[in-house]
Design a protein around this ligand. Sequence first.
Ligand code: TGC
Ligand code: FAD
Length: 388
Amino acid sequence: MRKFDGVDLYNLDSLLSDEEKAVRQLVREWTEDNVIPIIEGHCRNATFPRHLVPQLGELGVLGVNLHGYGCAGMSNVAYGLVCQELERGDSGIRSFASVQGSLVMFPIWKHGSEEQKQKYLPKLASGEFIGCFGLTEPDYGSNPGGMVTKAVDDGDSYVLNGAKMWITNGTLADVAVVWAKLDGVIRGFIVEKGDPGFSAPEMHGKHSLKASVTSELVFQDCRIPKDRILPHVHGLKGPFSCLNNARYGISWGAIGAAMACFHSAREYSLSRIQFGKPIASFQLVQNKLAYMVREITKAQLLALQLGRMKDNGTMIPEQVSLAKMNNVDMALQIAREARDIHGANGILDEYPVMRHMANLESVKTYEGTHDIHNLIIGKWITGIAAFE
Ligand code: TGC
Ligand code: FAD
């Protein structure tokens, strides 16, 4: 199989800076050398390749779009390209980096005290610490505002009770950013591994994101010092501010998964002979490949313009919803078409397509389901919230 060399029918490279192209190349080569050769084995065994975490730190991609505290301080477009290249390897690896950078480092960087920033950010940036983000609860997924996890003020500590579910990196995490109600108002708390009353059992039995750790977080009279509350944010806009960043990264990441499926389908179709010819010579197969390039190109344009708006400070959440929803849906459709082009071979883990397809089912659901993003856009169009 030929080496992957990008998909760029519209010369989008001409719109990227040298620094953005360099970081994309760095992460592309790292993914080629370190993720792709081992990822099927990890999926088969449902294990996360934890040894890659310090390498991600060395590459400078954890919190790559944050400034100071050991972070690389690159553009949001560079962050998007990092997500694209990581997810071309596996959505689980991109998930790890999204959670660490956008959902753990970002809230500490944006809403934390100076002491919290100094204590946690450099170690999270280097990969010495792993983080997780606890918003979803067993009975509150799309509707996190209903959460029942509570914090109570008790002298020099807060005491947390409740449970979170479906938490990426939970069991591995040294640091959990947890959202809970204090006097009825949603606040962010930093819980550390080993805090009394805190446990994070791993969830098993996933058919999707198998190379990623997903956990429950359980708080039973979990006592944390007072200085672990995020002082500068109150209410649901706290967690949503983090989700804007992570959803943005996913809109790029999905392009990487789609590129991996397209590349495999193109190479396979050129080598697979049926009726005496490569299947790539049949019009119906070319139609599928042309559809893939068409949709990847549209998704690239959407993500790049979103990134430029994020970089110049004009991006609004509804634009993020549109890109996350569209690009994940696009990648899932491409994964299905690619599986079809591979025939029976498409179900084997010798090829990456079925793994990406299964992963993308999670990506479609987390960070706001496809339909929740439709409703966010519906509200923007009509002014009417149809959630309730
Ligand atoms: P609503 O009344 O609309 O808003 C409440 C407050 O929040 C503010 N807000 C935002 N602020 C910043 N960014 C946004 N995107 C915001 N959206 C809303 C809003 O202005 C308001 O502020 P204020 O000051 O007036 O109080 O809230 P609602 O409860 O009606 O929410 C509606 C809805 C459905 C859109 C929202 O609940 C939603 O987005 N649900 C989806 C939940 C979700 O995305 N969960 C993700 C969990 S984390 C995860 O999945 C990680 S996966 C990681 C991986 O492995 O990669
Ligand atoms: P539900 O909210 O029960 O939705 C079920 C269905 O009902 C969906 O189709 C949904 O679109 C639909 N629906 C719900 N409400 C409406 C409505 N008002 N109108 C129309 N349709 C509606 N969460 C975290 O906090 N941190 C994490 O790190 C994290 N990682 C995750 C990793 C994985 C692998 C997965 C699968 C999930 C993860 N999540 C995480 C949770 C994720 O954010 C939730 O699964 C997601 O928000 C949806 O919630 P739910 O699964 O409870 O589905």
